[in-house]
Design a binder for this molecule. Structure first.
Ligand code: MV4
Length: 504
């Protein structure tokens, strides 16, 4: 059994995995690119090995080199984190063939969920509700798709079978525009995934994006850890996640039904380790399977905060063949957690990535605050990888407490040297729709703008100033009235004397 884990990743998630290894008494091996020589995950690990040049294909995507380093260092397992090699069935298979444990699901599960049309068919056969659309898993020709479209109904979505994350996705309003949209979807899918295959789904409008975290061990136990609300996105990049979902709220029946459907979807592909089932939930609380992410996710901390389950340690235990420590009955959601993704990007300039040296940084701390970060003062943010530099997670007894805590933590957070989206999160925390939990997947792109939110704030200071003036005016008037009454009634000094005797 392994006692040393190679972490095939970088940034905050690599640091997070090193911490889990430490707490389990295991050695952690880091790998890094030339741009990451001074990265935090390298400093925290017990050993670190250079992979190659900065571009991911020359470093963090070099599965062959990573396996070679794992063997050389005496690591018995590889944790892929998220992104990079995390959902590559061929890499998971290569690990196993090299005698290394892959801390994640079986290659066959990754494969089945990786093809979205196969995933739909597989889970639907187990009784999991899917959005109405094309059935079957084979490649469908344009002629077949055009014939099926009117039966599904418009508007509909063309989706890439190799897709996920919105790439190769097209909204189609009518049959006339469909041929050209099919064409561009196929071209984009071919360019992104090397696979131009597509399928169709009815478009669900005004839906929420809610996902269920599951854990499964090799003994066949599968549990769910409740939901995460992930509807706050911009161009398919999540910006904020929370658990529980304000939409599910205290509807325990809905939570329980989504949870057991998620467990069923996992069982349909013989799932082991941590995974996430994505659902679309409409306003009538109907929910539909979208896809399964066969990896640890960025937003796993919000689930950790409300369940007290350490998901990464659980992943490692499961990979060591241990049975899960929790039964479904033992898992209870308690309190509320919110995560803001802090990205090195300029919210005032179309969220353009920002790079450079972090010269100063002060992290928020105190009650209910957790920061998972891969950077520190003196670190240079490079343009080679995604712009996530930190995750700010807060928890509270209630959603209200969590929001107030997030505001306080965002105020404490100081990063000098790169621009961040912290101002965006601050405005979001003041937005009535967010505070009311009234948001769906289109909120950020269609109903939120930095300028408008700030405009509102300018008005607010004006309104506050007017109110303060009015209050001051009334107070002066009231003071004047007291003096007037005293003139008629009795002197202030007599009144004071009486008052003092009464309160002796
Ligand atoms: C949908 C959908 C509505 N109806 N499918 C987005 C990425 C991938 N995970 C699936 N996604 C969606 N699939 C049907 N049938 C809405 C989304 C969606 C979305 C779409 C457009 C703009 C932003 C979005 C955010 C989340 C989900």
């Amino acid at each position: 059994m392994f006692n040393k884990v190679l972490i095939a990743n970088r940034g905050e998630i690599a640091v997070r995995i090193v911490r889990a290894c430490r707490e389990l008494g295991m050695q952690a091996v880091a790998v890094y690119s030339e741009a990451d020589r001074h990265a935090l995950h390298v400093r925290y690990a017990d050993e670190a090995y250079l992979l190659g040049p900065a571009p991911a294909r020359d470093s963090y995507l070099r599965g062959d080199k990573i396996i070679e380093i794992a063997k050389k260092s005496g690591a018995g397992a590889i944790h892929p984190g998220y992104g990079f090699l995390a959902e590559r069935a061929d890499f998971a298979q290569a690990c196993i063939e090299a005698g290394l444990a892959f801390i994640g699901p079986k290659p066959s599960s990754i494969m089945a969920m990786g093809d979205k049309a196969v995933a739909r068919k597989t889970v639907a056969a187990s009784g999991v509700p899917v959005v109405p659309g094309t059935e079957g898993e084979g490649s469908l020709s344009d002629e077949e798709l055009l014939a099926l479209a009117p039966k599904i109904g418009f508007p509909l979505l063309v989706k890439a079978t190799a897709g996920g994350g919105g790439k190769g996705m097209r909204e189609v309003q009518n049959l006339e525009e469909m041929p050209s949209l099919l064409n561009s979807a196929r071209r984009e899918a071919e360019a992104s995934f090397g696979d131009g295959n597509v399928y169709l789904e009815k478009l669900l409008e005004d839906a929420r994006h809610i996902e269920i975290q599951i854990l499964a061990d090799t003994a066949g136990n599968v549990v769910h850890l409740g939901e995460r609300e992930c509807s706050l996105q911009r161009r398919h990049q999540k910006l904020l996640e929370e658990s529980p979902s304000p939409f599910v709220g205290d509807d325990q029946d809905l939570r329980q039904r989504m949870g057991s459907v998620a467990v069923r979807a996992a069982q349909a592909v013989d799932y082991v380790n941590a995974g996430t089932i994505e659902f679309l939930v409409d306003k009538d609380k109907n929910f539909y399977f979208l896809e399964m992410n066969t990896r640890l996710q960025v937003e796993h901390p919000v689930t950790e905060m409300v369940t007290s389950v350490d998901i990464v340690k659980e992943q490692i235990r499961i990979a060591r063949g241990r049975q899960m420590r929790h039964t479904q009955e033992e898992i209870q959601l308690s309190g509320w957690a919110i995560e803001c993704r802090v990205n090195a990007e300029d919210p005032y300039n179309n969220f353009l990535p920002s790079t450079g040296l972090i010269s100063h940084m002060i992290l928020p701390t105190g009650p209910g605050v957790r920061v998972d970060t891969g950077v520190y003062p003196g670190f240079e943010v490079s343009p080679y990888y995604d712009s996530l530099i930190s995750k700010l997670i807060v928890s509270g007894e209630t959603r209200g407490e969590a929001i107030l805590r997030m505001r306080r933590a965002l105020e404490e957070y100081k990063i000098i040297g790169v621009r961040t989206n912290i101002p965006f999160h601050q405005l979001l925390m003041d937005s009535p729709r967010f505070i009311g939990g009234q948001y769906d997947t289109r909120f950020v792109e269609e109903r939120f703008s930095m300028e408008e939110a700030e405009e509102g704030k300018e008005n607010m200071t004006e309104i506050a100033a007017i109110l303060a003036t009015l209050v001051a005016h009334y107070q002066t008037q009231r003071a004047a009235q007291i003096i007037q009454r005293n003139e008629r009634d009795t002197s202030n000094w007599k009144w004071m004397g009486r008052w003092e005797r009464l309160h002796r």
